[in-house]
Each structure stands twice: as C-alpha cells, then as structure tokens.
Design a protein around this ligand. Structure first.
Ligand SMILES: Nc1ncnc2c1ncn2[C@@H]1O[C@H](COP(=O)(O)OP(=O)(O)OP(=O)(O)O)[C@@H](O)[C@H]1O
Ligand SMILES: [Mg+2]
Length: 272
C-alpha cells in the first residue's frame, strides 16, 4: 500500500506562521539573527528595511525554501523538520520579482498562472483541470490583466508580469501569502492597482496570513495592520504598524533622518 504523506494539521485559531529565534548563517556571516515573527489568523504584515537587511531571507525561511541555521519554524501549526515541507508548500503562496526570470518567455500568461497547481515552471497539460483554467482567467481579470491572458509571458512588461505572478500565487487559494516586492518596477497606476488588489485580498478570510516585503511605504496597502523593520539581519521593531513605522525606527534602519507619515491607511517617508 502507498504510504500517505503526513499532512500538517488544520490551523484553527493558532498562529499561521511562527518563526522563533531564527538565525541564518552563510559564509561566516549571520544574514539573519534572533528573528522572531508570529503571524496570527487575519494578520497582514509588512516587512521593510534596507537592501541586504535579510527580508528575502526571512521570506525564504517562512516559505520553507530555506532551513535556518538556528531557530524553530512552525507553518500552519506544523513544526518544520517533523513534517514534510512538501506537504505544506501547496498551502503557502510565495511571489517575488526574481521568480519572473524563471519562466519560459514563450508560455502564455494564463499558462504561467496554472503552473501554480504543481509548483512547476512549465505546464503539464493533461493535469490541469478546466476549473484551474477558468480560475486563472478570473484571477487575471481581477488583477486587471485579463486581456493579456493569451499573450506570451516574454512580451509582457515588468508590471504586467508582476500581476500575472500574483494571480499564479493566488490560484491554489493558499492559506499564507508571502509577497517579496510585488510592486517592484510598476508605474504609478499599476502600483495603485496592485495596492488596491492587495487591500482587497487583505479583507478576505483567506489567505489567513499575508506577509508583504516592500521598499516603499507608499506600497503598503490599507488594511495591513502589522509591520516589521529589519536592518543588518536584525529585527529593529515589530508589531502594530502605528508603533513600528515611526521616525526613530526608520531613521535608525536606513541611517538617515526620516519623517514618516501615515494617513487614511497609506504611508510615506522622506528625509527629515
Ligand atoms: N548564500 C549567501 N552567501 C552569503 N551571503 C548571502 C547569501 N545569500 C544572501 N546573502 C546576503 O545576505 C544578505 C541578506 O540578503 P536578502 O536577500 O535577504 O536581503 P533583502 O533584505 O531581501 O535585500 P533587498 O532589499 O536588496 O532585496 C545580503 O547582504 C546578501 O548579500
Ligand atoms: Mg530581497
């Protein structure tokens, strides 16, 4: 008889994601040290910090793509190391700007979206249900790129690709969405549309947890109530966004005097 994989338990009301005392060491340096992050159901987190702060490393750990040197990771109630990470991955949606480079530019946008079902980078035609095809078209439409569904991925602009990749992330209806700079390279209108999409996503019960990495406070969607500031691999502050995105913390993170403003759920920062 085939052996069933050990499935992670349903999450219930426990944390969606728990990173405890995480350290990642590479080539003698700690890329991340003593990092803690607990994402409860319904929480939407934003992570900011300078280039090289460790933001993408943190997301890679959360996505179970990278094992930390020290610390414990629990995703959807399951402790990594005790549960096969492959059983968790379909429940975690990771999107990043660098993912775009890994797809065959000759694939149609809609085919890139349906590859989410298997996590493959190329489609396996016979395994995609019609339901997935229909859902892919619906998600592309919701993200404002429905008319690009038949275009090949290689002919799309950076911003168009980002939206196709977000549709891909959402296809399996993941419980956790981890988005690494999804607004990178977008023009003002495309950015605002993406912010709207993410704000809409934030209001739904699913995904239960969202973690968004961004460089620009303007890209933080309304409804994101928690924030973390990382610098030099260390967490400078984490918690309710109003207490974290403050002048002193961001000035310390970036090494210049900054003035931060939050109004109507949107944020800006500029030199003080
Ligand atoms: N395999 C590795 N060996 C050594 N250093 C690495 C390795 N992978 C990443 N780094 C370094 O770790 C640091 C953190 O990288 P990470 O990609 O997490 O930063 P980031 O906050 O996402 O930065 P960015 O804003 O530029 O995307 C960087 O200084 C990077 O050069
Ligand atoms: Mg990064």
């Amino acid at each position: 008889m085939p052996v069933e994989p050990v499935l992670a338990p349903a999450t219930g009301s426990g944390p969606i994601l728990e990173l405890a005392g995480i350290g990642v060491r590479r080539g003698g340096a700690w890329l991340l040290a003593e990092a803690n992050l607990v994402v409860m159901p319904g929480e939407r987190w934003v992570v900011v910090g300078p280039n090289g702060a460790g933001k993408s490393t943190l997301l890679a750990v959360a996505a179970t793509n990278l094992s930390p040197t020290v610390g414990h990771v629990r995703v959807l109630g399951a402790e990594l190391g005790r549960v096969d990470a492959r059983t968790l991955r379909p429940r975690i949606g990771l999107t990043s700007a660098t993912l775009a480079e890994r797809f065959d530019p000759r694939l149609r946008a809609r085919d890139v979206v349906v590859t989410a079902r298997t996590g493959a980078l190329a489609p396996w035609w016979d395994t995609y249900a019609e339901r997935d095809q229909a859902r892919a078209l619906e998600l592309l439409r919701q993200l404002g790129v429905g008319d690009l569904a038949e275009r090949t991925f290689g002919t799309l602009s950076t911003g168009e690709r980002q939206r196709v990749l977000l549709a891909r992330t959402l296809l399996p209806d993941p419980e956790v969405v981890l988005a690494d700079e999804p607004a990178a390279g977008l023009d003002l209108r495309a950015r605002e549309e993406l912010v709207d999409s993410l704000a809409g996503l934030a209001t739904r019960p699913r995904p239960a947890g969202i973690v968004l990495v961004t460089h620009h406070l303007e890209e933080i969607p309304p409804g994101f109530g928690q924030a973390m500031v990382l610098a030099g691999g260390r967490v400078l502050a984490a918690g309710p966004i109003d207490g974290v995105l403050v002048d002193a913390t961001l000035s310390a993170a970036y090494g210049i005097a900054l003035r931060v403003e939050g109004r109507d759920g949107r944020w800006t920062a500029r030199r003080a």
